[in-house]
Design a protein around this ligand. Structure first.
Ligand code: DQA
Length: 144
């Protein structure tokens, strides 16, 4: 079975992007972590990062064919994108929403997520370890 890992805008810059907020691990580190944890639960990982909303939406639609669950850090689209939310609703797979930083302790515009209402779980402010928690939760939700 397969897990889709989606990272949105500017997460390609992880490691160098505001490290005081997002830490110094890179996107490659995150993808390696997710693959390693996922394999413990019998998941293969398809990892995708894009700065383009439509590319993210197309990848989510494609997951309908061959994925069991989705881990997504939508980046700034979290706070703006009804389209991304609708794409996740449409495919009806279990979704874990991850934010590396504690979005509730930052600017007010980060307090609202369009995605949370269609996610099975939301992990915020756990650093990149949040991705690991997301995989574990989705494994539990899709077990059996
Ligand atoms: C983020 C939080 C968002 O507010 C921000 O736009 C990001 C990253 C996080 O992982 O903490 O790009 O999703």
């Amino acid at each position: 079975r397969r897990l889709l890992l989606v990272n949105g805008p500017s997460l390609n810059l992880l490691g160098t992007r505001e490290p005081e907020i997002y830490g110094d691990e890179t996107l490659a580190d995150v993808e390696a972590l997710v693959s390693r944890v996922a394999s413990d639960f019998g998941f293969e990982v398809r990892a995708l990062q894009s700065n383009h909303e439509g590319v993210l939406i197309d990848a989510i639609h494609a997951a309908r064919e061959d994925c069991a669950a989705i881990v997504i850090n939508p980046g700034a689209f979290t706070h703006t994108s009804v389209a991304l939310r609708d794409a996740l609703s449409a495919v009806a797979l279990p979704v874990a929403e991850v934010h590396i930083s504690n979005v509730h302790a930052r600017e007010e515009f980060r307090n609202h997520s369009y995605i949370s209402g269609v996610a099975q779980c939301v992990i915020v402010g756990c650093g990149v370890q949040g991705y690991e928690f997301a995989v574990r939760r989705l494994a539990a939700l899709t077990a059996g």
